[in-house]
Ligand binder design. Structure first.
Ligand code: UDP
Length: 324
């Protein structure tokens, strides 16, 4: 198959491309390179530098490549930024994704895998989180993802485009060979922040609140290795190739770790002292987010292989020697 991977030069997209290359599919990466890294696109993979807001270039791409399926990662993904600048989130994530879905429709593409988020569940009062929990997005970023899930549902009903919406929990870690990894500027995510502190690039980690209703008072998240996420996308594609119905699936390990636990594990793995201080809560942070991943296991046959230790180890290898 010819597979279009949007955002294939970004953190999650580039790890998916690495996994997809081991199959006999042909890959076209679309990325506007505003936040992605050319260096993360392997030699021999065709890279189309196109912005999703440019509908003419998009339809031209569909006429030049006969695309069979789309895996759509391209999006802005900083919650805080989305609160301060909702305009760029609605433009990029909603308008951009809508253009892509419409161009896919016009180009006759019927298979679509969408990168969605657990943050559209808001602050659920039950754990672990199942796919049928109510959605309650608490910030513009989460709302943009929910809107596109809804567009995809309607495009299935009206035009028969089948989709799998994958709701990620906390993507983390890097390729084990140290070839590609996480490099955001600025970096908002916990594990890279801790590892940069271990490297002496930052003075300390600020823990956003230690008065949550958890054992040690810090927030609990479900950290899922980036290669496990990539594997799930491959399975989602195969699921669509088998002609199955559109669906929504959580991707998490099913286990949670508190911020303090992650800091302690990073200290053990790096052998460095991690300085931290307790700060204010970050607006909109739920106390606990952990996936119920039974649906991914049964529907996709997906089993996450890596635990938090391997996630931190691989991230550490990357941070010791980042290529970009
Ligand atoms: N966190 C923290 N200090 C930081 C960055 C993150 O205490 O400098 C906490 C944050 O409150 C959350 C967890 O670490 O509970 C994971 O945050 P991250 O931004 O990595 O992912 P999110 O859960 O927001 O998607």
């Amino acid at each position: 198959m010819n597979i279009l991977v949007t955002g294939g030069a970004g953190y999650i997209g580039s790890h998916f491309v690495k996994v997809l290359r081991r199959t006999d599919n042909r890959i076209v990466v679309l990325d506007n390179l505003s936040r992605g890294h050319t260096e993360s696109v392997p030699d021999g993979v065709s890279l189309e530098k196109i912005d999703l807001l440019d509908f003419t270039s998009l339809t031209d791409l569909f006429s030049r490549h006969s695309i069979d399926a789309i895996v759509h990662f391209a999006a802005f993904a900083y919650v805080g930024e989305s609160v301060d600048s909702p305009d760029i989130y609605y433009r990029n994530n909603v308008l951009g994704s809508y253009n892509l879905i419409e161009a896919a429709k016009q180009g006759g593409v019927k298979k679509f895998v969408f990168s969605s988020t657990c943050s559209l569940y808001g602050n659920p009062d039950q754990m672990p989180i199942k796919e049928d929990f109510k959605t309650d997005p608490l910030n513009p970023y989460a709302r943009t993802k929910l809107m596109i899930e809804q567009v995809l549902r309607d495009y299935d009903t009206a035009f028969g485009i089948k989709s799998v919406c994958l709701r990620y929990f906390n993507a983390a870690g890097a390729s084990f060979d140290g070839d590609i990894g996480e490099s955001h500027h600025p970096e908002p995510h916990l594990i890279p922040i801790i590892l940069n502190t271990a490297l002496g690039k930052r003075e300390s980690v600020t823990i956003y609140g230690d008065d949550y209703p958890t054992d040690d008072g810090t927030c609990i998240r479900d950290y899922i290795h980036i290669l496990d996420l990539a594997d799930a996308h491959l399975r989602a594609l195969n699921y669509l190739v088998e002609g199955k119905d559109s669906t929504i699936i959580n991707l998490g390990t099913g286990y949670g770790n508190s911020v303090l636990e992650v800091i302690r594990k990073c200290g053990e793995i790096t052998g460095k002292k991690i300085n931290y201080k307790i700060g204010e809560r970050r607006a909109g942070d739920p106390a606990i987010l952990v996936a119920d991943n039974h649906k991914a296991r049964t529907v996709l046959g997906w089993i996450p292989k890596f635990g938090i230790e391997q996630t931190i180890e691989s991230a550490w290898k990357w941070h010791l020697n980042p290529r970009y």
